[in-house]
Every structure is written in C-alpha cells, then in structure tokens.
Ligand binder design. Structure first.
Ligand code: URA
Length: 210
C-alpha cells in the first residue's frame, strides 16, 4: 500500500456504519454490522497481497493458478475493542494467525503499560494487520505498534472503523511506514477523548457493557 490513509467509502460500508453510529442501535445489530464492515475492510486491506502460482489440474487441463505467497497473515487485536474486528476478518482469511496486545494507561505517568502480549511466531516474515476500531488519540495504537516492531514485525498495516485527525497525525509521526485503512475520518476528539461525531465507546457497544 502506498497511501498512508485509505478511507473506504463503499456504499455498503457507509450504510452499515450509519446504523452503528445511531445511539439506539441494539447490540446485536451493532455486532452484525461490525462483522460485515470488517469483512469489507479486510477485503480492501488485503487487496495487494503478494501472489504466486501453483500448478493445478482442473477437470479440463493443467494450469498455473494464483495463490497467496509467503507465510500466513498475522492479525493482531489491540484489546479489548480490537476483538470485535477479528471475526469478520477471519471470515475472509480463515487461516490467519492471531495475536493480542493489551495496554492500559498509567494514571500517573500517562504512559501506556503492557499487560498482555501474545503474538504468532516469525512475525518478521508475515504481513501483520493490527486492528482497533477507534483511532482516537493514536497513543495506544502507536504504542501497540512499537511493541509489534520490538517483536520483529517489519510489514505492518493498521485497520480501524473510525479515525480522528489527531490519531492519524500521531500515527503518521510515530509510524509513517504503517498504512491505515478506515471506514471514515471523523471531525475531531472531544475533551474526553471521544471521536466526534463517532459512535460512543466501541467496546461498550459491541460487548453490551457500560
Ligand atoms: N474509543 C472509543 O471506544 N470511542 C471513541 O470515541 C474513542 C476511543
């Protein structure tokens, strides 16, 4: 991917995103739309994967047929809301390996602290797609990508549902080599760090917590 930010403005994505944004949308509809949008975003973010060919036999003749090259993709969920993007992505890429990064913000230092980190082996040989639905300040996403790079990842993409300009700028500064794919770029962050107009707390809405 060459663009730093790709906004996937496909009508189906935008229609489903509107349903997700609405305050009264039930949890089940929110989850179903999230799953479907992640499938569509996964389609876009994997568009230019490396390919090779394999000699196969069709019922009619032999041919050199295209297939994905290299090691299986690694999808890495940034806990906890990132988990909501996994199912839809795994619908499309069922053999992908899956990792998890958990970070919280230290109340005193305001620095991200890692509480969980488990990723597939040979990260350096895989395309790594880090997922988190809301790119807000960008601090936790940038910190998660720091950790992935420390673990050896060299080819990383970031997929989210909504991005704020502040988060995109933070990621561009910290990780200019990591392309971002999102369904929408919203207006700004409010004083609480929520994306506006946004959809509220993505984790609470997908898991039905408050
Ligand atoms: N995280 C969320 O879940 N929502 C926002 O608006 C910002 C960060």
């Amino acid at each position: 991917m060459t663009e730093h930010l790709t906004i996937v403005d496909h009508p189906l994505i935008q229609h489903k995103l509107t349903l997700m944004r609405e305050v009264d949308t039930p949890t089940a509809v929110f989850r179903q739309c999230l799953r479907e949008i992640s499938q569509l975003l996964a389609y876009e973010i994997t568009r230019n994967l490396a390919m090779t060919t394999r000699r196969i036999q069709t019922p009619l003749q032999e041919m050199d047929a295209p297939e994905l090259a290299g090691k299986k993709l690694a999808l890495v969920s940034i806990l906890r809301a990132g988990n909501g993007l996994l199912d839809g992505m795994l619908d499309l890429v069922p053999s992908a390996r899956v990792g998890f990064v958990g970070l919280y913000r230290d109340e005193e230092t305001l620095e991200p602290v890692e509480y969980y980190f488990k990723v597939p082996e040979a990260l350096e040989d895989r395309l790594v797609i880090a997922v988190d639905p809301m790119l807000a300040t960008g601090n936790s996403s940038a910190a998660a990508i720091d950790k992935l790079k420390e673990a050896g990842a060299r080819n990383i993409r970031f997929m989210c549902l909504l991005a704020a300009p502040e988060g995109v700028a933070r990621m561009k500064e910290a990780h200019p080599d990591v392309p971002i794919v999102t369904a929408a770029l919203d207006s700004h962050l409010n004083e609480m760090g929520y994306i506006v107009p946004g959809l509220g707390d993505a984790g609470d809405r997908m898991f039905g917590t408050k």
